[in-house]
Design a protein around this ligand. Structure first.
Ligand code: MG
Ligand code: ZN
Length: 351
């Protein structure tokens, strides 16, 4: 009797695992803007020598250069990772040969996925915009907002409300937003039963974490993940730690490390989700390094450090790619940033 029960239990468990094996893949793609190896190191040391990235078994390196420029900006590298083609700096979702590109998010949507975008910049900033917009200049924020309301994104959290409501064309894009319930705070986001929910966190660019930015990135991620998880369909979710880059531009090590530690908590949450949901792939990378940062002095008790910067801009050094979960082995090695798009497509079986 006991044996029969055990075999029944075993076959049920195997049956479930089998089902999980065949279930479509969820992707959580986390981008630390400007997060090179020195930013990760500094952030890790400032966090008592620990980072959630230590839980990722597969590591690769991504070559970030744009067309013509070895030093990329977030538009060209965002496009490369989101759409799989290199382009010129400043350009979003359009190839160097002037072809409109489809992003991994849009391809997923075409294949029955739900999707989400979270950023600690405005939602029309270059990195998130690379997943839904096709514009010749990243600075055309009002045009990007127009493309955003036409996009299929189901859940979003980010700043930049004024690009939707204080516009040269006097349109109110929040009212025009196609079937998306736009809420005023994270609690309302969590409570909403709508199939599409957005939260515009700030009128303009959100402040830094040190200046009191809310909500915390891991809280935003948790809210969006629980919505995506409650749906029957698989999902694609992009999460950006946007301001690691701005700390680099400011050559401000405390700005960088505080933004990294917030991003690191979101990474930990994503990792945890993937550990409990085996049909999930987590990929963490950067679009480029910012500041030409080096840690040139420090001590091991307080982890206080002295930083040196080479530039107020970006640098051309390769950036690491960390992956965990189903198909994560695809991301080992050294490759162009465009391959991140192709590898994600391969992982979900759409290449
Ligand atoms: Mg960015
Ligand atoms: Zn930058």
């Amino acid at each position: 009797m006991k044996k029969t029960l055990f075999i029944l239990f075993l076959s049920l468990t195997i049956g479930r695992a089998q089902q999980n094996q065949d279930a479509p893949l969820n992707i959580i793609f986390l981008i630390g803007d400007g997060m090179g190896l020195s930013q990760i190191s500094a952030g890790m040391y400032s966090n008592n020598n620990q980072t959630a990235l230590e839980g990722f078994p597969v590591i690769g390196l991504s070559k970030t250069q744009a067309v013509k420029n070895l030093v990329t900006d977030s538009a060209a590298s965002g496009t490369a990772m989101a759409c799989g083609e290199k382009t010129f700096n400043g350009v979003i979702g359009i190839s160097a040969k002037n072809k409109k590109l489809k992003s991994i998010l849009e391809i997923c949507e075409d294949n029955g996925y739900n999707s989400g975008l979270i950023s600690t910049s405005s939602i029309v900033h270059a990195t998130p915009a690379s997943f839904y917009a096709n514009v010749i200049s990243r600075k055309k924020y009002e045009d990007i907002a127009l493309e955003f309301i036409e996009s299929e994104v189901d859940y979003f959290i980010g700043g930049g409300k004024n690009f939707f409501i204080k516009r040269k064309d006097n349109r109110n894009l929040i009212k025009e937003m196609n079937g998306i319930e736009v809420v005023k705070n994270l609690k309302a986001f969590q409570k909403s039963d709508a199939q599409k929910i957005g939260f515009l966190t700030y009128d303009e660019e959100p402040p830094s974490l040190n200046e009191g930015r809310q909500p915390p990135l891991d809280a935003s991620l948790s809210a969006v993940l629980s919505k995506l998880d409650s749906r029957a369909e698989p999902f694609f979710l992009m999460v950006e730690g946007s301001q690691i880059d701005w700390g680099g531009h400011a050559n401000d090590i405390d700005y960088i490390t505080s933004e990294f530690r917030e991003f690191d908590k979101a990474i930990a949450l994503a990792l945890d989700y993937a550990k409990n949901n085996s049909n999930t792939l987590v990929v963490v990378t950067a679009d480029h390094e910012t500041g030409g940062l080096a840690i040139i002095k420090g001590e091991t008790e307080t982890f206080e450090m002295e930083a040196s910067f080479n530039t107020p801009g970006h640098s051309a050094t390769m950036v690491p790619v960390f992956s965990f979960g189903k198909s994560s082995e695809l991301f080992a090695g050294i490759y162009e940033n465009t391959q991140i798009f192709h590898k994600m497509l391969e992982a979900i079986g759409l290449n």
